[in-house]
Design a protein around this ligand. Sequence first.
Ligand SMILES: Nc1ncnc2c1ncn2[C@@H]1O[C@H](COP(=O)(O)OP(=O)(O)O)[C@@H](O)[C@H]1O
Ligand SMILES: [Mg+2]
Length: 266
Amino acid sequence: MTTILAIANQKGGVGKTTTAINLAAALSLRQKRTLLIDLDPQANSTIAFFDPTEIQASVYDVLSDHRVDLASVIRPTKDPFLFVAPGRLALAKLEQQLAGQFDAPYKLKDALTPIQKNYDFIVLDTPPALGILTVNALVAATHLIVPIQAAYFAIEGTDDLLETYERVRARPNPNLKMMGVVITLFDKRTNISRDTHEQIRSVFGPVLFKTRISKNVRLEESPAYKETIFTFAPKSPGAQEYRRLAQEVIQRAEEDRIARHTEDAA
Ligand SMILES: Nc1ncnc2c1ncn2[C@@H]1O[C@H](COP(=O)(O)OP(=O)(O)O)[C@@H](O)[C@H]1O
Ligand SMILES: [Mg+2]
């Protein structure tokens, strides 16, 4: 069974894209066949791998025209286990284009159906909004991962995301599960970071991943060189932390698979 991870938080700048890129890369390094899908019109995940001028077909074409197969836009990367379905600015037009279409929230799910078996993990990078693109991600996903920046007011706004999550679970995707919350941009020298960590822990409890992602300039630099943290600075704290996060993700996905299997058998 393929694990499909929606990385979502409607706040911008909280580390969604950094997590999507480096978690996907870490999973592929563990020889998991991994597909990263960029659903953000800003296309930051895409630009971290490719020159935007070489992108002809993107996820936009797939979601706006059912005749375009997702397989036809997927591109290989330097890592043989990692593939990317690029996004582009045109994705911003989808909100209007899909308005009124009864199957608008299901476009990505439908596009994934014929190809998802080719991957162990699919990672969905989403825009900083709770619009149709993020809803498509939640409808297609098996799990939600929420990056939260260790900063004041970090938790504000997650209410809206969790409400959307519950609404998606109520109808289109009852199997969707919260896999975890990951603290990002953590700075152990500051009280703000420590206070927020405590607050997030008290709100989310065991849902919180044990791994925290620290503030690390290498993570900020690597996309500019079209590299993931594992080729750019493999010994950096950022590389170590995303490796550990991937381990936790693999473990949680496995535990879930077993739980679902047991439920089915009962
Ligand atoms: N752990 C980190 N350490 C340092 N910089 C980071 C870290 N995580 C993200 N950043 C930087 O912060 C900015 C916002 O991160 P990004 O992943 O693009 O967030 P989002 O996708 O949620 O908008 C980017 O410039 C990114 O390089
Ligand atoms: Mg982003």
